[in-house]
Ligand binder design. Sequence first.
Ligand SMILES: *[C@@H]1O[C@H](CO)[C@@H](O)[C@H](O)[C@H]1NC(C)=O
Ligand SMILES: [Cu+2]
Length: 156
Amino acid sequence: MGSSLGLIGFFIIIAGVFERTTGETYMVGDDLGWTIPPHGASTYSTWAAEKEFSIGDTIVFNWTGTHNVGEVSKEDYDKCTTVHLVDEIQQISPATFTLDSNGSRFFICTVDSHCERGQKVTINIGEYSFASSMTVSSMSAIFSILTLLFISSYYL
Ligand SMILES: *[C@@H]1O[C@H](CO)[C@@H](O)[C@H](O)[C@H]1NC(C)=O
Ligand SMILES: [Cu+2]
């Protein structure tokens, strides 16, 4: 029985080692930065779709030239207006936002028609598919439980 307890302990340690690291920093658009995307709004939606944003992560808008970044409501985002600004428009690059809760946040550039031309991005925090939200940690925890059940059925 001692060795099976050791085995369970081993899986618990593995679970801890592989726990998802938090506090990642994402540069919006990567090398493109924050600009009028040459291929339209899909540029930033594609960029965002490939990311798994979590609470504690940071997003950075980096630009040269005349741009800014404002966080707005979904309605404003869709219409490229600034009726419901969440906070002051950030005029200085780099502009950093900390993702502190789950949900969707909407960012646009308010200069001229930049937003209409695709300089907008939606950040979905904590909305992963079931498969990708199954971290190694939770899989290890389940494996530990299964191991425990297996061992107890063997000894009973
Ligand atoms: C945020 O979403 C993630 C992924 O769905 C979830 O694991 C986490 O518990 C959520 N956190 C809060 C505070 O709702
Ligand atoms: Cu702009």
